[in-house]
Write a protein that binds this ligand. Structure first.
Ligand code: MG
Length: 299
């Protein structure tokens, strides 16, 4: 299923629902009232575990929804699916991106031998169409990275590679916004963790809908112009390796997100280097998930 968190109008209470075709959203709590006890938020839903998910999948299968329970996706405000407890980023996880980074970001040209990990705080999370903040005091090199986001299903510690996919609830998109100048000066936290540097959404697609997360096309545009185009099959460390590696040292919890790395085509590698400026609109698309679009705004 395809889950969204949304409100009707700008001051409506957020709720969550499912996208039943390209444009129709059903409020899941109201839609299954009296039939399946659905919690109020997507994060609580994921925490409830696979039994609830199976009941909901069964209940919504092939169902005709009365108009009173549906809305058009253009008539609602989409939010970030939820605020993850933590976002773990994976640097240099696509071969061509390792190459372009070594040319432009002073990183090594040899491929990493284990995942390069960092984290983003929950305060960096924004939803679809919310502004990425361009703080000129902090950066003049604001860059994009379209990444497949893995949403963790439940508490995960010391997970083996063979068991890792059982810990995945679903997939989404994170645009790993990066201040390249902060990174170059050694400030990873300001490079990756500033407010608004983790656009997340527009939906979470449950793992049962994506048969192979390692064959998804990723792309990104700035003001409609193509910038990134890649495929998750080129990930250096695949999702099971990432989960096994991370949980060897850090417990992952329900709703934690792994941003699995960016393909080639970042602004720092363009000739000349080209960065995001206020007024730009950056749109990250992943096949079978959707498009996450955000404007850039000066602060
Ligand atoms: Mg990244």
């Amino acid at each position: 299923m395809r889950f969204v968190t949304f409100s009707r109008g700008t001051d409506g209470e957020p709720t969550f629902g499912i996208v039943v075709d390209e444009t129709t959203v059903v409020d899941l709590v109201k839609g299954l009232e009296g039939e399946v006890d659905v919690p109020e938020s997507l994060l609580e839903y994921i925490k409830s575990g696979p039994e609830l998910h199976r009941s909901v999948v069964e209940a919504v299968d092939g169902r005709e929804w009365p108009a009173a329970l549906t809305c058009h996706i253009d008539d609602i405000v989409l939010h970030a699916p939820f605020r993850p407890g933590k976002i773990i980023g994976v640097g240099l996880n696509y071969v061509e991106h390792v190459e372009e980074s070594s040319r432009t970001l002073d990183t090594s040209e040899s491929l990493p031998t284990r995942p390069v990990l960092f984290s983003k705080p929950g305060t960096a999370v924004i939803g679809p169409d919310e502004p990425i903040l361009h703080n000129a005091m902090m950066t003049s090199e604001l860059d994009w990275e379209c990444e497949l986001a893995v949403v963790i299903a439940h508490r995960s510690k010391s997970v083996t590679e063979s068991d890792a996919m059982n810990h995945v609830f679903g997939y989404s998109i994170v645009n790993d916004i990066s201040a390249r100048d902060q990174r170059r000066s050694g400030q990873w936290f300001f490079s990756k963790g500033q407010d608004s540097f983790a656009p997340f959404g527009p939906m979470v697609v449950s793992a049962d809908e994506i048969s192979d997360p390692h064959s998804l096309q990723l792309s990104l545009t700035v003001n409609g112009e193509p910038r990134q185009n890649g495929n998750s099959k080129h990930m250096l460390f695949k999702i099971p390796q990432l989960i096994a590696d991370i949980t060897a040292g850090v417990t992952l919890e329900t709703g934690d997100v792994i941003a699995t790395g960016s393909p080639q085509g970042v602004g720092a590698a363009m000739v000349p280097p080209t960065y995001l400026l206020p007024g730009d609109v950056v749109a990250a698309t992943i096949e079978q998930i959707g498009t996450l679009s955000n404007p850039v705004k000066a602060v």
